[in-house]
Design a protein around this ligand. Structure first.
Ligand SMILES: [Zn+2]
Length: 67
């Protein structure tokens, strides 16, 4: 698929700080721009996950990290 490769290379570069202020959800990969870049959204606007800004971490049933 040549199309997907081209899309990967082309970034949105319109306006100021475009690459700096966007948010991307770790869970559903939804990307959006916050209304105020100084305020972190509590949840992803799409999947409503409060952990959208953190990588997935596996926990076992006791709540400890799996090694
Ligand atoms: Zn999400």
């Amino acid at each position: 698929m040549n199309d997907s490769k081209e899309n990967m290379a082309k970034k949105k570069e319109h306006g100021a700080n475009v690459d700096l202020i966007g948010n991307k959800c770790y869970r559903c990969e939804h990307e959006w721009l916050p209304y105020d870049k100084d305020v972190m959204p509590r949840v992803c606007p799409k999947c409503k996950s409060p952990y959208w800004d953190r990588p997935k971490v596996r926990f076992n049933k006791k709540g400890k990290k799996n090694e």
